[in-house]
Structures are given as structure tokens and as C-alpha cells.
Design a protein around this ligand. Structure first.
Ligand code: BES
Ligand code: MN
Ligand code: ZN
Length: 502
């Protein structure tokens, strides 16, 4: 979708649909609409004021009022989106509103739209949020449909933005949203078309195009490196595993400067292995590579936005299958770090591949690590589909990640990781076991990862509940969400300074 800035008066914009928004407070008795909405109302001879007086235009969040052929407007339609309470309206709400408005129009086969920002929303951050919203809203997970009914919008004009700052916000928004959509598309790919080898090929192609260094470790190399935890998971599948390593090096690298490692779980399909999952909903387990896909999206952005910090992506990829060579409950595997692991449940595979990936990231020189993983059903029980679970060993670093999430508009919740939980993963026969029992399942999973992070400040994002939408929202289609991309971009971009609490 083409997105451009325009500065002509809104009433004169010729387009299929002009979108703007009204706040709830503007509908309270006696409170007149202000600014550009008042201008539109004037052009329309008071039609909008009458609409508000009718009670049909309340301004409630994401309420859509579509009016055709408004006199005085060059646009064929006027879509007034509800913005909710003015006090609660920020960039996250603006992003969502732009996405929902676009999807409302897309469902009506509109191809070209204009978005009129309110006077208070005209800086770089607002231009970025609107651009992101439009591009995210325009994404549909229908790759393999041969008959696509309502195709994407083709063009949008942002009215009311005309500064160089707004243009740079737009450019940044496009880079980030396109990467988030790249991540979403990977999450939606079926596992027959996205094996570990094919994911590695996609990562390699993306890295070459973006100008990132890339190395793909194959099964032979992984065996040389003694990644026993990862190889144990991979052994049940006819598809060989891969470890994808991408490196972004800043323009002026300083010796001794921090190195951020981003580690992403990429299980291209999780059957559970010998501890096989029930068949209901198993098809969803194609998205068990969402963490890895998010890290690839982040790297794609960093290649373009060029932060000051060096960033290494480490993405372990396997298919978790039962089979004649599959690992079995009770098996002991030796991780690359030398720790022995008793595999009580082969369905707790994510932590096994991450154990070797985290250790490897440290060996590559990471001074700070963040992993993203669809790790546990337990985090979905705890937080549902709203918040990503955040675990960390270093309070200052964890606070930075949480602040980055806040400013990126992604909801994340800090979970505990007290020492007392460590005993859940004690094993009789080995150093640790890979499951911690029924209670506190997301925490014992995080504790398992912690065993492989040593003293390196580390944050774990459990995205099992947030990386996939079972049902479309007004602002986003079904399927992969691309969660964590924006947060980790924010983290890397502001690594040296304080995160910018928008
Ligand atoms: N990939 C799953 C976690 C998951 C569950 C992601 C639901 C998205 C939605 C993970 O590999 C898994 O199977 N975890 C087990 C761990 C258990 C065996 C200790 C789980 O959560 O049930
Ligand atoms: Mn599993
Ligand atoms: Zn899994």
C-alpha cells in the first residue's frame, strides 16, 4: 500500500473514503466538536453536528460511522471512527484506530482512503502510529486462497501531516510495520512449507537483502558443537535442525561496547513428540516458531534503522516429532553447556532448544540477552491473550524491556522468578529436568532457561498467548500477530539512552 502525506484542506481531498475520529467527550451535551472536525462540519453545512445530536455518533472507542456523499466534501465517503476518551488516547490507541478504520473500509471494497489526523496528533510519533496501523490492518493471512474477495487497500493519504518530522515518522512506521507483517506471514506458514531448512533459507534471503551477516549451522555443525539438548528434540524428525545466526554491526563499533543477543524459539511444528499432544487444535502448533520469526522481523528493521549497538540473532529451529529415533521420556541429554537434562516430557521442547541457543549466544559475546518464545500453555492460563509474560534476572535490564514494551504499545506483564521456584526442576538422575509439574508452569520453564544464562543479564518473553489471534479483532486479522517485534526494536534503538516512555 502506498502511503503519502498531503496538506490540502480535508474537505477538498478527493478519495473513496476520508477517515477521521471523534472523542467521547465531544458528544457530551453542549460540547462542540473542535478543530478539523468543526471545519468538516462547516463544509458540510452542519451535517456532522446534526449527526452527533441524533445520538448515533458517540465517539466510543472503535465505533464506526460511515456516511456517504456528505455535501461539501470531495471524498465519496466520510468514516468517523470513535476514539474513546480523550484522556486515554495515545499513540497505541491511534495505531489501533487507524487499523480498525482501514479494515472497516477494506470489508467494503474501498481501495483508496485518506486519514485526517486531529490537531493534537500531528508529530512524528503520530505519523508513525497511523502508518503502522494502516499497514498492520491491511495484512490478511490468506496467502493460499486462490479467490481473495476483499483485496487490500492500495493507497492512503495522511492529511494534516506536512512536516519533515511527519515524513520520517511515516518512513519509520513503514519499516517497522512491514517487518511485523513479515513476522506474521512466517507465523501463518504451514509446517510443510516452512521446515527448519526452509526457515533458514528465508532468513538467509532476508539477511542478504537487508545487508546483515548470516550464518546457518546445519546438523553436522550442531553435533560438532555438542548441542545435545537441541539435537535430542530434532532426532524424532526426518527434517534436520538448523541454527540461524544473524549479526547486525553498527557503523562505528566500539570495543567493549554491549552486545545484545536476541534468541527466538523456532519449532516449525510441535506435535509434542512421544509425549504427543491431543489432536484438537494441534494445527495451531505451526506457529511455534513465532519467537524466531519475531527476531527475524526485528533484525530486518535494525538493518534499516541502524541502532548504535551490535545485535546478534540466534534462532534454533527444529520440528518436534514422534518417530523411531525420537527421544523418549526419561532420556538424558547433555546440553552444550555440559549440564545434563532429564527429559521428563518431550513436549517441553522449546526450553531444550533455547538452552543451547542461549549458551551459544553467550559464547558469541552477548552481554545482554532477550529471548522470545511460545513456551508454555501455563502463561496463557495466567495472562490470557492480552499480556506477554516477562521474566528476568537483572532488574534494571528487565525494567528497560518493560519500558520499551510500553512505548511500543505492546502489553507485557512482569512475572516472578524467585529462587524458591528453582526446586521445581530438580532431577533425581541428572542436573535438572525439563518440566516442573502442574503449578507455576511458566515460571519453572523460565527457571529452566535461566540455568543456561549464567551471569549475563537476560529477559525471557513468553509469547504463547500473544503471538496468535484465534479470532480477528477489529484492528487485526486472524493468525500471527508479530508480537515483540516493536518492543525489541524499541529496546535496540534506545539501548544506550533511557527508553522514551511515549
Ligand atoms: N509450544 C508449546 C506451548 C504452547 C501452548 C504455545 C499453547 C502456544 C499455545 C510448548 O512446547 C509446550 O508444549 N509446552 C508444554 C509444557 C509442558 C509439557 C510442561 C505446555 O505448556 O503444555
Ligand atoms: Mn511442546
Ligand atoms: Zn513448543
Amino acid at each position: 500500500m502506498q502511503i503519502t502525506l498531503a496538506s490540502q484542506p480535508a474537505a477538498k481531498v478527493e478519495t473513496e473514503a476520508l477517515v477521521s475520529y471523534v472523542f467521547e467527550s465531544e458528544n457530551e451535551k453542549g460540547t462542540p466538536v473542535e478543530g478539523v472536525i468543526a471545519d468538516l462540519d462547516q463544509a458540510a453545512g452542519g451535517a456532522l453536528a446534526r449527526l452527533a445530536a441524533s445520538g448515533e455518533l458517540t465517539g466510543k472507542a472503535l465505533e464506526m460511522t460511515l456516511v456517504h456523499f456528505v455535501p461539501g466534501l470531495a471524498a465519496q465517503r466520510l468514516l468517523l471512527a470513535g476514539a474513546g476518551k480523550r484522556e486515554k488516547f495515545g499513540t497505541a490507541e491511534l495505531r489501533r484506530l487507524a487499523a480498525a478504520a482501514l479494515r472497516h473500509l477494506r470489508a467494503r471494497s474501498v481501495k483508496r482512503m485518506a486519514f485526517l489526523a486531529r490537531e493534537s496528533d500531528r508529530g512524528a510519533a503520530a505519523a508513525e502510529a497511523v502508518t503502522e496501523g494502516l499497514l498492520l490492518g491491511n495484512f490478511e493471512g490468506d496467502t493460499y486462497k486462490t479467490d481473495k474477495k476483499n483485496g487490500p487497500l492500495e493507497a492512503a493519504t495522511l492529511v494534516g501531516f506536512d512536516s519533515a518530522a511527519a515524513q520520517s515518522g511515516l518512513d519509520r512506521g513503514r519499516i517497522i510495520a512491514e517487518a511485523q507483517n513479515f513476522t506474521r506471514a512466517l507465523g501463518n506458514e504451514p509446517s510443510n512449507l516452512l521446515t527448519p531448512r526452509l526457515l533458514a533459507e528465508r532468513a538467509e534471503a532476508m539477511a542478504r537483502e537487508a545487508g546483515l551477516a548470516v550464518e546457518i549451522l546445519d546438523e553436522k555443525r550442531l553435533a560438532e558443537l555438542k548441542m545435545g539438548a537441541l539435537l535430542g528434540v530434532a532426532s524424532g524428525s526426518a527434517e534436520p535442525p538448523r541454527m540461524i545466526v544473524l549479526t547486525y554491526t553498527p557503523p562505528n563499533p566500539k570495543p567493549g561496547a554491549p552486545v545484545l543477543a536476541l534468541v527466538g524459539k523456532a519449532v516449525t511444528f510441535d506435535t509434542g513428540g512421544i509425549s504427543i499432544k491431543p489432536s484438537a487444535d494441534m494445527e495451531k502448533m505451526k506457529f511455534d516458531m513465532a519467537g524466531g520469526a519475531a527476531i527475524l522481523g526485528v533484525m530486518r528493521v535494525l538493518a534499516q534503522l541502524k541502532p548504535a549497538i551490535k545485535v546478534i540473532a540466534v534462532i534454533p529451529s527444529v520440528e518436534n516429532m514422534p518417530g523411531g529415533r525420537a527421544q523418549k521420556p526419561g532420556d538424558v541429554q547433555i546440553a552444550m553447556s555440559g549440564k545434563s537434562v532429564e527429559v521428563i516430557n518431550t513436549d517441553a521442547e522449546g526450553r531444550l532448544i533455547l538452552a543451547d541457543a542461549l549458551h551459544y549466544a553467550k559464547q558469541l559475546g552477548a552481554t545482554h540477552m532477550v529471548d522470545a518464545a511460545t513456551l508454555t500453555g501455563a502463561i496463557v492460563v495466567a495472562l490470557g491473550g492480552v499480556n506477554t509474560g516477562v521474566f528476568g534476572t537483572d532488574d534494571a535490564f528487565t525494567a528497560r524491556v518493560l519500558a520499551s514494551a510500553k512505548s511500543a504499545g505492546e502489553k507485557m506483564w512482569h512475572m516472578p522468578l524467585d529462587d524458591e521456584y528453582r526446586e521445581l526442576i530438580k532431577s533425581t538422575i541428572a542436573d535438572i529436568q525439563n518440566v516442573g509439574g502442574r503449578w507455576g508452569g511458566a515460571i519453572s520453564a523460565a527457571w529452566f532457561l535461566r540455568e543456561f544464562t549464567g551471569d549475563t543479564p537476560w529477559v525471557h518473553l513468553d509469547i504463547a498467548g500473544t503471538a496468535w489471534l484465534d479470532d480477528a479483532k477489529p484492528w487485526m486479522g486472524k493468525g500471527g500477530t508479530g508480537v515483540a517485534v516493536r518492543t525489541l526494536v524499541e529496546l535496540a534503538m534506545n539501548f544506550d539512552g533511557a527508553p522514551s516512555g511515549k
